[in-house]
Design a protein around this ligand. Structure first.
Ligand SMILES: *Cc1c(COP(=O)(O)O)cnc(C)c1O
Length: 428
């Protein structure tokens, strides 16, 4: 694969952007080589500066569940842009977006729009503390909730890949109210409640952990968290930045049948534009400014162009809920194929799949926790990744990220993936 022009662009980028990028995992640190600079996408395919074509299984890290340059979404954006980009004043699109969210997501009555997943989580945590009058938060090792100070404790995603589970620049004070438990281990949560009686404002969890690869919740785990929160007067926050509108239209609450008190969104909710949101009951949301005393604001929040893109995508998903069945089928097919190829070529593999999220770990042991994810052979992942890229299959450049299936992936794309994966596993 010829990446000459991308290599030059990366050299240029490194002069003025730290590591050449605006988000660390894009730098390809875990897999080596130069990241292709992307110039365009259509459906499931993307093209780079050197005019290489790839089948994209990243989809902008989840938002593009309908594929790149999806016409109705682009049209909605183009229509809105004609009237200007931003007003910092109320617009009808924000109201329509909030109404749509309340109608499709279970157990929420009010919404506040923000500009990223990080911001959604940061604000939801402030709200949980303000509403309960308690200060401590329980999170799970390997779960990523954006880069706000309090959440950069035992975090996943880029923080894992960089080998910096705790970031420099986060003060002890900012981190000391964040307690960490083990994913899929209810006892570890109970112990924290016991040791911090009456002080826990909330548990925050990725209902499917998708920033340490893909680790689905074991039977009873999410319900167990619900019960512990109820027993102890704490709020349950589902960070649905990845699972929202992906596992099901109503997200993980609908998929697993477990109620959350506060839900955070990002990624898919903007249809490719920078959007986040948090949502909860009317009673809890009364605490937010200007109604209540928890302050949270945003100059560009509810931006009409971003709302137009996100809302159009949600409307299309709502009208076509068979998409969820299709995406799950495609993902199952890929997961099974990976297992068969691995067996054929004597490669240790455990493939976790939940809805349109897939992750192959290079180990023969089950992967249900952060500790389990660390058993994957990262050298093998690196070889697998690079062979796939060489064959035009664009994957997230880290073991600790999910592979995202979209409705735009055709049968041909999927068989191209399977052929390439078979060859990649053969070389391990
Ligand atoms: C990506 C992600 C975030 C952060 O969202 P940004 O838009 O990158 O700030 C938060 N939580 C989860 C679960 C995520 O996957």
């Amino acid at each position: 694969m010829n990446l000459v022009i991308s290599e030059k662009a990366m050299e240029r980028a490194k002069n003025f952007l730290p590591g050449g990028v605006n988000s660390p995992v894009r730098a390809f640190g875990a897999v080596g080589g130069t990241p292709p600079f992307i110039v365009k996408g259509k459906g499931s395919h993307i093209w780079d500066l050197d005019n290489n074509e790839y089948i994209d299984f990243v989809g902008s890290w989840g938002p593009l569940i309908l594929g790149h340059s999806y016409e109705p979404v682009l049209e909605a954006v183009n229509e809105t842009v004609k009237n200007g980009l931003s007003f910092g004043a109320p617009t009808l699109k924000e109201v329509e977006m909030a109404e749509k969210l309340v109608s499709i997501v279970p157990n929420i009555e009010m919404v506040r729009m923000v500009n990223s997943g990080t911001e959604a989580v940061m604000s939801a945590i402030r709200l949980a503390r303000g509403a309960t009058g308690k200060s401590k938060i329980i999170k799970f090792t390997g779960c990523y909730h954006g880069h706000s100070d309090a959440m950069l404790v035992s975090a996943g995603s880029g923080a894992l890949t960089q080998g910096e589970p705790n970031s420099a620049g986060v003060t002890k004070g900012a981190a000391e109210d964040t307690l960490t438990a083990e994913y899929n281990n209810l006892d570890s949560v109970k112990q924290l409640f016991d040791a911090n009686n009456g002080q826990i404002a909330a548990i925050i969890v990725e209902p499917v952990a998708a920033n340490m690869g893909v680790v689905p919740p074991m039977d009873g785990f999410l319900q167990g968290l619900r019960d512990l929160c109820d027993k102890n007067g704490a709020l349950l926050i589902f960070d649905e930045v990845i699972t929202g509108f992906r596992l099901a239209l109503g997200g993980a609450q609908e998929f697993f049948g477990v109620r959350a008190d506060v839900v955070t969104f990002g990624k898919i909710i903007g249809g490719g534009m920078p959007v986040g949101a948090y949502a909860t009951t009317r009673e809890i949301m009364q605490n937010i400014s200007p109604l209540g005393s928890v302050y949270q604001a945003g100059t560009l929040s509810g931006n009409p162009v971003a709302m137009a893109a996100g809302l159009k995508q949600l409307e299309i998903l709502e009208k076509n809920q068979s998409y969820y069945i299709e995406i799950n089928k495609k993902a199952q097919f890929i997961a099974n194929n990976l297992r068969e190829s691995a067996e054929k070529h004597n490669v240790n593999i455990t493939v976790n799949q939940c809805g349109g999220l897939i992750c192959p770990y290079f180990t023969n042991e089950n992967v249900n926790s952060f500790a389990d994810t660390q058993k994957s052979n990262l050298e093998q992942f690196k070889c697998y990744f690079n062979t796939m890229l060489e064959r035009g299959i664009y994957l997230a450049p880290s073991q600790f990220e999910a592979m995202f299936i979209s409705i735009s992936h055709t049968d041909e794309d999927i068989s191209a993936f399977c052929t390439a994966a078979d060859e990649a596993l053969k070389t391990l």
